[in-house]
Design a protein around this ligand. Structure first.
Ligand SMILES: [Zn+2]
Length: 43
C-alpha cells in the first residue's frame, strides 16, 4: 500500500481559485478560495 501513501504525499498544494495562491490544508475541502479571498467576496 505504499503507492497510496505516495499518492497523497505527491498531491499538489491546493490553490486558491481566485488569486491562485497556495493554500494551507487547514481549510475544509469545499473551500476553493484562500482566507483573504473568502473575506473579500462580500465587497
Ligand atoms: Zn485567494
Amino acid at each position: 500500500m505504499k503507492k497510496i501513501t505516495e499518492f497523497f504525499r505527491n498531491l499538489p498544494p491546493k490553490h486558491c481559485s481566485d488569486c491562485g495562491e497556495v493554500m494551507e490544508e487547514m481549510h475544509e475541502s469545499y473551500m476553493n478560495q484562500c482566507d483573504k479571498c473568502l473575506r473579500n467576496t462580500d465587497i
